[in-house]
Design a protein around this ligand. Structure first.
Ligand code: S3P
Length: 183
């Protein structure tokens, strides 16, 4: 049987990063992709929470967004050295150009592209766990638009308005196709 780890990778980068807006399915899909590859899975928000010993909502409320971004930047630098790992990035991780460069160097970065109406439906009551979600419809629309360029910088784009299993399958197929093209 062929080794899925070797057959899927577009090149010798040791990670796959999933990027996208809140609610686009990064963590759920990331776990499925990792399982298919027999790789490890990490949720960057989870790493931040363990590092800080408190949930994301409290980090924002008690220490502010800038502190959150500093910690995010710091822990990203720690986890990118891990081999064979799928990482669900936070919704804002790629907005920092240094993070973008680092992710690109270490990973095949995949944008889970999802319409705002779909993520809004998925996250109806998310204000407490996602501090940047609950600022009203207009603010959310503005954030969604402003984020687009950062996500578009990802090397791979996948339509994520589908079941997590289907999106994971699309990602695997896309990476394998790109591997074949590059071979
Ligand atoms: C954020 C998204 C969240 C989390 C934090 C900030 C953002 O991650 O990192 O609340 O700026 O979009 P998810 O995309 O996993 O919800």
């Amino acid at each position: 049987m062929s080794d899925p780890v070797r057959t899927v990778l577009p090149d010798d980068r040791p990670q796959i990063h999933l990027a996208g807006f809140m609610g686009s399915g990064k963590s759920t899909v990331g776990r499925l992709v990792a399982r298919r590859l027999l790789w490890n899975f990490l949720d960057l928000d989870g790493v931040i929470e363990r590092h800080e010993g408190r949930p994301v909502g409290r980090i924002f409320a008690e220490s502010g967004g800038r502190h959150f971004r500093d910690v995010e930047r710091h822990v990203l630098r720690q986890v990118v050295s891990k081999p064979a790992t799928v990482i669900a990035l936070g919704g804002g991780t790629l907005m920092n150009p240094d993070n973008q460069t680092l992710c690109r160097e270490r990973a095949a970065v995949v944008w889970l592209r999802c319409p705002l109406e779909v993520v809004a439906k998925r996250l109806q009551d998310a204000t407490t766990t996602r501090p940047l979600w609950g600022n009203g419809e207009e603010a959310l629309q503005a954030r969604f638009t402003e984020r687009r360029a950062g996500y578009e910088a990802a090397e791979y784009h996948v339509d994520a308005d589908a079941s997590p299993e289907e999106v994971a399958k699309r990602i695997m197929e896309m990476l394998m196709a790109s591997k074949r093209e590059g071979a």
